[in-house]
Ligand binder design. Structure first.
Ligand code: TYM
Length: 322
């Protein structure tokens, strides 16, 4: 089984990205052959500053490696380093129904808000399909928001196969368990667009300040509270082990404590949780050439696979001359 997923370098990664997606990519590298890439071509839809896009792409690679993505086990590369994907995208585009793309939520949402969308946003799911099909991926781990795109990928692959023969492997999505469960500092889902994130490698002092400002309700200290309905407890649970979680839950149920105490425990737990990754990150930031080597080796391997699949598709539809 081959696992593949992509992540856009549209900002520095936060707790939601890690617990919702990255942690699970890293776990899967031990079980399956895995390909992970940084989707800079998709990010170009929103980031129009070349220096920023370049920097965020490298930062994304640094963060993924620091967090434990192991290039000995998983293939890590940058989307645009595999130009075969863009060629494959065109082959798929010629058979992609407008109506199918008009129903895709990224485009639809923008249009409904009265904004004009670019062709890049409209055809975004076709590029995503090419990303997946180019590597004969079987499983695509994603959050709920991407499931529709995997369905589009299956549709496009299915109709190409129907017209031209069995060229593509039809992938399945694997919906990441925790994808909806990481609350932000305001209790809503943690997301860059809500401005409620805490960065993975933020300056610890700044992160601590944000944690101390997490919204809480105004119930008096003495009152017992239900830990399961409290977003501060949910955040603490992400970092704590089972015994620590239970001890904290007990405090909630007993009452007689302030939320400040939980916030301090959360800040300490989060700092400890990412401290090894932070050290690895410091090393990588000082040695970007090591990161570039990993990406170059990943791209080489990815291109070999994508080249085979592209040729298969070109031959099947008659655009290859041999
Ligand atoms: P992107 O970069 O928006 O998000 C990367 C992955 O993280 C998931 N995710 C979340 N999970 C949990 N909690 C959240 N708050 C949260 N926010 C995002 C997303 O569902 C996603 O799985 N189009 C893709 C990138 C892509 C791709 C691909 C993915 C391009 N080509 C091919 C898979 C296969 C995207 O924008 O993800």
């Amino acid at each position: 089984m081959r696992v593949l997923s992509g992540i856009q370098p549209t900002g520095r990664f936060h707790w939601g990205n890690y617990f919702g997606a990255i942690r699970q990519y890293i776990a899967l590298q031990n079980e399956e052959e895995s390909y992970y890439f940084i989707a800079n071509l998709h990010a170009l839809n929103t980031i129009r500053d070349p220096a920023v896009l370049r920097e965020l792409t490298l930062e994304a690679a640094i963060d993924l490696l620091a967090l434990g993505l192991d290039p000995e086990k998983a293939t890590l590369f940058v989307q645009s380093d595999v130009p075969e994907v863009s060629e494959l995208c065109w082959l798929l585009m010629t058979g992609a129904p407008m109506g199918l793309l008009e129903r895709c939520h990224a485009y639809k949402d923008k249009k409904e808000r009265g904004l004009t969308a670019e062709a890049g946003l409209f055809t975004y799911p076709v590029l995503m399909a090419a990303d997946i099909l180019a590597y004969d991926a079987n499983i695509v781990p994603v959050g709920h928001d991407q499931v529709q795109h995997i369905e589009v990928c299956r549709d496009l692959a299915g109709s190409f196969n129907h017209q031209f023969g069995e060229v593509f492997v039809l992938p399945k999505s694997k919906v990441l368990d925790d994808s909806a469960k990481v609350p932000g500092t305001d209790g809503e889902k943690m997301s860059k667009s809500y401005d409620n994130t805490i960065g993975l490698f933020e300056d610890p002092k700044k992160a601590r300040k944000k944690i101390m400002r997490i919204t809480t309700d105004s119930r008096p200290m003495a009152e017992p509270k239900d830990p399961q309905t409290d977003h501060l407890y949910q955040l603490y649970s992400l970092f704590a082990d089972a015994a620590q979680r239970e001890a904290m839950a007990e405090k909630y149920r007993a009452g007689g404590f302030g939320y400040g105490e939980v916030k301090k425990a959360l800040a300490n737990a989060a700092e400890a949780y990412f401290s090894e990754a932070r050290q690895r990150r410091e090393h990588l930031v000082a040695h970007p050439e090591e990161v570039r080597q990993v990406l170059a080796a990943g791209a080489k391997k990815a291109r070999k696979k994508a080249g085979e699949v592209l040729l298969r598709a070109q031959r099947a539809c008659g655009v290859a001359t041999e």
